[in-house]
Design a protein around this ligand. Structure first.
Ligand code: TXA
Ligand code: MG
Length: 349
């Protein structure tokens, strides 16, 4: 299949292009599009054939449910059995935005979309292109991140094309995304609301709206002996091709440790890379070194992380060392993704 790649300016959205993209989804096809978190791979959430196509295009196991994206609050009631008071309050505060909520599903949502579950994940993104597309597509767009299964989520259209060219009908190129990590997921179907995936809407922010918020204990550890409650979190996601180790500790010791290790890796002819930060980047002596951003503003690091992992793949880096990040605020989401990418390999120095 030939994939049509269309550049779209979020400031001046071309409605004719959006209609064309919406028609592709209505007809059962797939369109990749920008959201504020990462690029999504969209199909009609109410059409089981579309969801099957999404799984095929991603190479994703079909027991891993998709998020249903909506653009308007009135459309929520059609896809969920009921919206609890907590859901209304969270929507008021955080939608449109990077929060996904899990509800009991209504009958119209096919099991192909929910991976056989009786619950459905719903998100109302804020990106203007995403919102326009969802409306043009009929209101309900199932969209996982637009990467092939196991690769880091794409934060620029170039990487959507790399993974999806020839596999889907259309890619809307809306430039760089704003956040760079996937939405926070909160499950509202259990007794207490529970965070299943950390994102830029933090536990503390959710706690300002809800009295009690729990966290899935598997989010930051791999030794809990339990399966993650979000089926997708059990896979070793976000995996770069190189062998990634996180090095935690005080900056100078981390730099010294990594430089020593990297020298020995490079002696063995292994191409070596480091994920550094603005204050440390100049201190490394390795072949490929990137600053992910500024520790004083971890949202800069969230935005760059997946792009760096992809760039290391492009440059065929074989051994990767990453600095460790504070788990307050968005740092928890950064570390959750890094720990998965590293298969929880952490060295403390
Ligand atoms: O920011 C985002 O959420 C992006 C953009 C495109 O909106 N989407 C995204 O989708 O990250 P995906 O498919 O890559 O991740 C969805 C996660 C998976 O871990 C999946 O298992 C979980 O959500 N999930 C979906 N429905 C669920 C449900 N009913 N119960 C538990 N977990 C669910
Ligand atoms: Mg994903």
């Amino acid at each position: 299949m030939e994939t049509k790649i269309i550049r779209i300016d979020e400031q001046h959205i071309d409605q004719a292009l959006i209609k064309e993209a919406g028609d592709v989804i209505r007809a059962g096809g797939l369109v990749a599009f920008p959201t504020e978190t990462v690029y999504g791979l969209g199909g009609d959430a109410l059409n089981p054939r579309s969801s099957e196509k999404i799984y095929r295009a991603k190479g994703r196991p079909s027991d891993n449910p998709l998020i249903v994206h909506i653009a308007d609050m009135e459309t929520l009631d059609a896809v969920v059995r009921e919206v609890p008071e907590s859901g209304r309050r969270l929507a008021e505060r955080f939608w449109p935005g990077p929060l996904t909520m899990i509800f009991h599903k209504a009958g119209c949502v096919p099991e192909e979309t929910t991976g056989g579950l009786d619950t459905v994940a719903v998100r109302m993104p804020s990106h203007p292109v995403a919102r326009a597309l969802i409306r043009a597509a009929g209101g309900y767009v199932a969209a996982p991140s637009a990467n092939r299964s196991g690769r880091p989520s794409p934060t620029v259209a170039k990487y959507v094309t790399e993974d999806m060219d020839g596999r889907i009908e259309m890619i809307l190129d809306g430039g760089d995304v704003e956040i760079g990590l996937e939405s926070t997921i909160i499950d509202l179907t259990a007794d207490e609301p529970m965070i299943l995936r950390p994102g830029c809407i933090t536990k503390q922010m959710l706690g300002e709206v809800l009295a009690d918020v729990e966290e899935d204990c598997t989010m930051m550890r791999d030794d809990s002996g339990q399966a993650p409650k979000a089926p997708g979190m059990k896979y070793r996601h976000y995996a770069p091709r190189g062998d990634l180790t996180i090095v935690a500790g005080e900056e100078d010791r981390v730099v010294e440790y990594i430089n020593t290790q990297a020298a020995s890796d490079q002696n063995k002819n292994k191409k070596t890379g480091v994920i550094a930060t603005d204050t440390s980047v100049a201190k490394y002596h390795v072949q490929v070194c990137r600053s992910a951003g500024n520790r004083e503003d971890e949202s800069t690091i969230a935005r760059e992380l997946y792009r760096i992992l992809r760039e290391f793949d492009d440059e065929q880096v074989e051994v990767i060392y990453a600095e460790s990040f504070d788990t307050a605020g968005i740092g928890q989401a950064i570390m959750n993704r890094l720990l998965k990418a590293a298969g929880h390999k952490v060295v403390r120095v």
